[in-house]
Design a binder for this molecule. Structure first.
Ligand SMILES: Nc1ncnc2c1ncn2[C@@H]1O[C@H](COP(=O)(O)OP(=O)(O)O)[C@@H](O)[C@H]1O
Ligand SMILES: [Mg+2]
Length: 229
């Protein structure tokens, strides 16, 4: 079953938030999910242990020697495995990525973030080379102003197209509702409508993100079966 890893050396770009949105979105759609939490701040673990019903299984990223077994066991136990990775290239990250079907690299639409994100891409590519296989990845714009596409976002998107760097069409907007998940320890789908500003729009945004990620995985599978990848 597919393994999706969130990776970027830069903190604060929304790895844990996006991982939690994907986990809770898939859960709300009826899928079984394990999140493997490699964030030293234990963001997803903190949420899952405080939530009344997290809806997904979770585990800490184990020691380097046990990472591959942990991911394989999780992918046998549940339909999706989501790995929240932190920090720069290290053995843990290399091993997790070697068992990943899709690496999502979140970035904010700023030139500084784009440079940091390119380090994450290099890491994925180095790992792919070592394994002699493709490791598909997609950039994910996060914390984007929902009202206007900024000049920076447009500029970075066109640079990505020029450099053949694939990005998800869906960007995650900057929304209070995404922070409210951590205040109330509830998923978007369990928050009360009147307790959070813009909840309906946040749910629509998250649902589209979940849909595009699952569609991307399906497309990659089809391409793989046809020998295109
Ligand atoms: N789309 C978003 N909208 C609003 N706040 C966000 C969004 N994504 C992340 N944040 C906030 O930004 C901070 C860093 O996000 P986090 O997911 O922990 O990043 P990372 O895991 O990459 O360090 C957190 O306070 C989080 O609530
Ligand atoms: Mg994090």
């Amino acid at each position: 079953m597919p393994v999706i890893s969130f990776a970027s050396p830069k903190g604060g770009v929304g790895k844990s938030t996006s991982a939690l949105l994907l986990a809770t979105g898939l859960t709300a759609a009826g899928a079984s999910v394990t999140v493997i939490d490699g964030d030293p701040n234990r963001t997803v673990e903190g949420w899952a242990t405080s939530a009344a019903e997290p809806g997904f299984r979770w585990a800490r990223l184990p020691s380097d020697d046990d990472i591959i077994d942990a991911i394989e066991a999780a992918s046998e136990a549940t339909q999706f495995v989501i790995v929240d990775l932190e920090g720069t290239a290290n053995l843990a990250m290399a091993r997790a990525i070697s068992r990943t079907d899709l690496v999502v690299i979140p970035l904010q639409a700023s030139p500084v973030d784009a440079r940091q994100a390119s380090r994450a891409i290099k890491m994925v590519m180095a790992q792919a080379k070592e394994l002699r296989r493709e490791i598909p990845f997609r950039m994910l714009f996060t914390r984007v102003n929902p009202a206007i596409a900024t000049r920076d976002e447009k500029e970075i998107r066109s640079q990505f197209i020029e450099a053949n760097i694939p990005a998800l069409k869906t960007a995650l907007n900057e929304r209070a509702a995404f922070r409210a998940m951590f205040t109330h320890y509830r998923s978007l789908w369990d928050l009360e409508d009147d307790s959070v500003n813009g909840l309906t729009k946040a749910k629509a945004n998250a649902t589209e993100f979940v849909r595009e990620v699952t569609q991307t995985i399906r497309d990659l599978r089809t391409a793989g079966q046809e020998g295109v990848v």
